[in-house]
Design a protein around this ligand. Structure first.
Ligand SMILES: Nc1ccn([C@@H]2O[C@H](COP(=O)(O)OP(=O)(O)OP(=O)(O)O)[C@@H](O)[C@H]2O)c(=O)n1
Ligand SMILES: C[C@](O)(CO)[C@H](O)COP(=O)(O)O
Length: 378
């Protein structure tokens, strides 16, 4: 069934600490999840209601999506919904879904249930039965109980034909704004059907809800590995895993030749299949001459964040006869943990010799290998 949609995103998000509709969850702004879900579910057009002046933020958050436009919202959610209704350019009896931007995880099955229900009802609302006991409280004391039988938690989107919801709002006389559209249509005697909601369609209201939303997202675990070698040459210190160690030689390279950081950067880039360090920082480019490898690692970590992912743990092995790594291992782990914003117990640095065999054994060069695991949105 063809339908259009309104996404209300003109709130202040005060209970969440402000601006929740623009915050990034799972690599995308909250409002983008909501608009994209409606477009994917088949919406012909989406009117996004924003606070006056927030249009550029909406354009940035929704860049690359087609089929949406903004209108300015009002002081209450109900006023914002009415601004969206006034901006719709569809037939009087066209189905309209009205959705909170703050409920990002909308599935096509909820949309289909709502549209189906409109065939014999004036409106449809996704709901979840109340599972907890309900108590009335005053001054931290229980002062009454409420029978939860027959009680539902109403979610959005809520579905109506345009004329039904527009006329019902026009008839609303209370001084208090309604909390949702079901209440408005019910007030004029409309039959609003409850359809099965979805626990993932939770409304992001409080700061802690954002961690919950991240946890709800399906994830995939990726592993990447990296390897790097640098030749020993004359010098007085060497950089390894972001720590400068006094030594009678140094590693030779275009940058600071920190083989540990290079291997780890490649491991992270490998986990997200975004090429290798040379693709991002070509050795032919003079601007990387003598550069601190910290920035290479930070760049790889930023790429993970940009993909909505997080690094879970890293493990680096340095292969050399000298210098002895153990005395510096904790400092190296602490530096990597700092650069990657990871807890110390998610960062491992190990070392081994090759029993005097091969180029590392002969002291011609140092090798490093690394493994990184990364969680990405599925
Ligand atoms: N004047 C308003 C108030 C709310 N909303 C939207 O209505 C939805 C549900 O409202 P709520 O969760 O209460 O959002 P806020 O009003 O932003 O939050 P708070 O009450 O914590 O300030 C949100 O997508 C919000 O952006 C809106 O468009 N216009
Ligand atoms: C519309 C709604 O999300 C349905 O549960 C809810 O009523 C919005 O309430 P809020 O106080 O604006 O968060």
């Amino acid at each position: 069934m063809a339908f259009s949609a309104i996404v209300v995103a003109a709130g202040s998000g005060s209970r969440a600490g402000g601006d929740k509709q623009w915050r990034v969850v799972g690599g995308r702004p909250v409002v983008r999840w909501s608009v994209e879900a409606l477009l994917k579910a088949g919406a012909d057009s989406v009117v996004v209601v924003v606070t006056p002046g927030a249009e550029p933020r909406a354009a940035e958050a929704l860049a690359g999506l087609a089929g949406w436009r903004t209108v300015a919202g009002g002081a209450t959610r109900a006023a914002s919904v009415q601004a969206g209704l006034a901006a719709l350019d569809v037939a009087d009896d066209a189905p309209v879904l009205i959705h909170d931007a703050a409920r990002p995880f909308l599935s096509a099955s909820v949309v289909n249930r709502l549209l189906d229900a409109l065939s014999d009802a004036d409106g449809a609302v996704p709901g979840l039965p109340v599972a907890d006991s309900l108590r009335r409280g005053a001054d931290d004391l229980v002062v009454g109980s409420i029978d939860r039988e027959g009680l539902w938690r109403a979610q959005t989107p809520q579905a109506f034909r345009l004329n039904t919801i527009r006329d019902a709002y026009a008839a609303w006389r209370d001084t208090d704004a309604p909390t949702d559209e079901a209440a408005v249509v019910e007030r004029v005697g409309g039959r609003v059907r409850l359809v099965e909601g979805d626990a993932r369609l939770m409304k992001l209201t409080y700061p802690e809800d954002f961690a919950m939303a991240e946890a709800l997202l399906p994830k995939t675990l990726r592993i990447g590995q990296g390897y790097d070698v640098h030749r020993w040459g004359p010098g007085t210190s060497v950089w390894l895993c972001g720590v400068e160690i006094p030594h009678d030689q140094t590693l030779i390279g275009h940058s600071d030749a920190d083989a540990g950081l290079h291997a780890l950067t490649d491991a992270i880039l490998g986990a997200i299949a975004e090429g290798d360090i040379g693709d991002h920082f070509p050795p032919s480019d003079p601007k990387w001459k003598g550069a601190s490898s910290d920035r290479f690692l930070a760049h790889a970590a930023e790429r993970v964040t940009a993909r909505g992912g997080r690094i879970v743990n890293v493990d680096v092995t340095l292969i050399c006869e000298q210098p002895k790594v153990k005395p510096h291992r904790l400092a190296m782990r602490e530096r990597l943990a700092e650069l990657l914003n990871l807890p110390l117990d998610a960062v491992s640095v190990k070392a081994t010799t090759t029993e005097a065999l091969g180029f590392t054994g002969r002291g011609e060069g140092l090798a490093a290998q690394a493994v990184a695991s990364v969680e990405l949105p599925a």
